[in-house]
Ligand binder design. Sequence first.
Ligand code: HEC
Ligand code: HEC
Length: 378
Amino acid sequence: MLYSNNNIAGVLAIMLIAAPTAYAIDNPDTPSEVNQRIGSGNPVIGKDKSALCQGCHGEDGNSVSGDFPKLSGQWSDYIQKQVREFQNGARYNEVMTDMAMSVDNFNDLFDIAAYFASQKQMGGTPIEDEAEQKLYLEGQKLFTQGNARTGAFRCIKCHGEYGKGQPLNNNLFPVIGGQHKAYLIKQLTDFKHEVRENDRSGMMLRITTHLTAHDIEAVATYLSRVPAPAPVAVPAPVAVPVAAPVPESWKILLEDKPVNIEGANFVGGSTKLKSKIVKTLDEVVGFVGQHPDAELELIGYADSSGSAKLNQKLSLARAASVKKYLVKKGVAASRITAKGEGSANPIADNKTREGRAKNRRVEIHSVIKEEKKVRVTG
Ligand code: HEC
Ligand code: HEC
């Protein structure tokens, strides 16, 4: 009976007094939420007892690798159930089974589980890209509504909002929201293929028979990710504040001189831009934003090595590469012309390496109608 520690009120009361706030630091969950999760163990003692576990599951139960599940803010009863089942073979994992064997005293298990349960509940990481965004929405739908066509049952019914468990003291269903994606995928796949069969009444086995590999990835994306924070609205630049330093490239453009993107900024003999030039190009984007009448003329040049035909092609391709970047950054393509002039107009000696590097370049010229030119101080 010792194992089914369903919060005997007396034990809980003693614990509240005896085991003060192991969770007070950086834990937004309310004490009553935390206490519900802790069960009858002592989280303070559990911290030391769980040193071994922390090696893989993280000091506060927030493991860094998706190979190891997060345990932070998990129901202590669920943690205990899993450890016991790794011990008795109902659940098997090459690594974890051995680890579970090392806990041979059930009081230790109570305390260890209480420690992880007392920690700030696991949280997801921001959506990484558009593909994930799409999966996230699919997963959200599946999680909250199920899929009548395939017979997939909605997860929210058992696992609660965003998989954060159920209100009241319902510790049957583990916290899964905020868990590692890789781990979630592995568990759902393991249930589906009956590699993991320790779920009560085969609940998860039945659920996962209706899930495809794609469903699993989608729902795991939903549970492991949080929507990326909304971008902070930056007001469109209206005028350059007088005090702000004017970028060097703006001054050059305003003097009707070209900004030079030198050859050293192209990777090898290619048209690919190196990242260090991005700052200058971003300045040019800002310049165009400030000067609604400005148009850009990009002229690519090559050095004198190589045939005239090849140089013409390459110089045009370099100019096009710069154009592509500027357009990607929001400059209207109609405001940019790009051409290639081969090895014409060298600005340095084509006989030296450095000279050739200088000659491989794209000149960015700005054409502004004279009467509308904005004066910039600085
Ligand atoms: C060497 C690494 C390692 C150590 C140390 C370790 N674990 Fe684990 N643990 C794992 C792995 C891997 C899994 C995932 C098993 C699987 O895929 O089914 C796991 C799973 C678990 C789970 C299941 C979590 C869930 O969400 O279902 C619990 C609970 C757990 N470990 C508790 C512990 C405790 C308690 C200790 C310390 C006594 C411990 N672990 C030490 C590697 C480790
Ligand atoms: C009928 C209730 C029920 C429904 C519906 C349900 N689950 Fe579960 N789920 C459980 C139970 C119970 C467990 C705990 C199994 C155990 O004790 O080992 C569990 C465990 C899990 C785990 C393992 C967690 C861990 O830390 O290892 C994952 C992942 C999971 N469920 C995901 C889902 C997803 C995704 C859905 C919807 C497609 C879903 N569940 C629907 C009851 C349910």
